[in-house]
Ligand binder design. Structure first.
Ligand SMILES: [Zn+2]
Length: 136
């Protein structure tokens, strides 16, 4: 896989998880900063868990598709650690990563569809990602 293909899979992992878990985003691009969030206030334990899953869904997607970790995912792991550090009785980060892998494995068609369209177009809006998910 090319670097651009791996980046597309990684970002598709983030936004696919966001979409499936009901977290809104504005758009996703192949160039940094890759996932653009509107101004939202996220509160509560379940929301924190979903956010941690979404952070790890980028590296999880690359792991699922290539069988390897990726080099750009360090900040994702850091963000997930920060979210979990703020939670009482937070689950281990490995189980959050496993949850991200399961979620994407169950919706692999959406993940690969989003990655392919992101690679072709360079960016996708929330509505475009939603459209891809509805067609697959
Ligand atoms: Zn990422």
């Amino acid at each position: 896989m090319t670097e651009a293909e791996i980046t597309a899979v990684h970002e598709a992992g983030h936004v696919t998880a966001n979409l499936l878990l009901g977290l809104r985003f504005d758009k996703v691009t192949l160039t940094p900063p890759q996932v653009w969030f509107g101004r939202h206030v996220h509160k509560g334990r379940h929301l924190a868990l979903r956010r941690a899953v979404c952070h790890l869904a980028g590296p999880a997607a690359v792991m699922m598709v290539t069988g390897n970790g990726d080099g750009v995912a360090t900040s994702d792991w850091q963000h997930a650690r920060e979210v979990l550090a703020d939670m009482a009785n937070a689950p281990p980060i490995a189980s959050v990563h496993a949850a991200a892998m399961r979620l994407l494995a169950q919706h692999r068609c959406v993940l690969t569809g989003v990655a392919a369209q992101l690679l072709a177009r360079g960016d996708l809006s929330y509505v475009a990602v939603l459209g891809i998910a509805r067609k697959t």
